[in-house]
Design a protein. Structure first.
Length: 163
């Protein structure tokens, strides 16, 4: 029986390792708080980008789920706003295209002058025509008043709905 009294734990550990032939392995193993590279057999604590001392501040990974959710909501709001703006611009463009399509397909026997206001009418046979005559001086169905711009695009000048 082994009688070890009043000896330090280190001496007891060395004795047991020697007895069971674990001495070579035990002596190579460093404590967990020591940064030692067994391949290069060098201490590497000074080369690490983070603290390795037991008393060093704890390295904590931030929970960024809240940040992500807040920014996702912000980005989604931005994209939704931009989509609505583009949708409104597209609808306005399509309305202008329809006006120009109706006017350029309407019948008129004169060359329109840029900047002048013209009136679009519909006859009883559903044919449309462009005229200089004001709506209060004409008996045909008034579809709208338009002005020819310099880029040869017709712009509506009243708020009536073409139909």
């Amino acid at each position: 029986m082994l009688k070890i009294a009043f000896r330090s734990p280190r001496i007891v550990f060395q004795y047991l390792c020697t007895k069971y032939k674990l001495h070579a392995i035990a002596m190579k193993k460093k404590p967990d708080n020591i940064v030692f590279n067994e391949d290069t057999e060098q201490y590497e604590a000074h080369m690490l980008p983070y603290a390795t001392n037991v008393g060093s501040p704890v390295i904590k990974i931030d929970d960024i789920a809240l940040w992500k959710n807040r920014n996702i909501n912000s980005a989604n709001h931005l994209f939704e706003t931009r989509y609505e703006e583009l949708k409104a611009a597209y609808e306005k463009l399509m309305t202008e295209f329809e006006y120009n399509n109706i006017i350029y397909n309407a019948k008129f026997n004169f060359e329109p002058i840029i900047g002048e206001i013209y009136h679009l009418y519909e006859k009883m046979d559903k044919n449309t025509f462009l005229s200089l005559i004001a709506p209060d001086e004409c008996n045909f169905k008034h579809l709208g008043s338009f002005q020819l711009k310099a880029d040869k695009v017709w712009q509506r000048t009243d708020n009536d709905i073409v139909g």
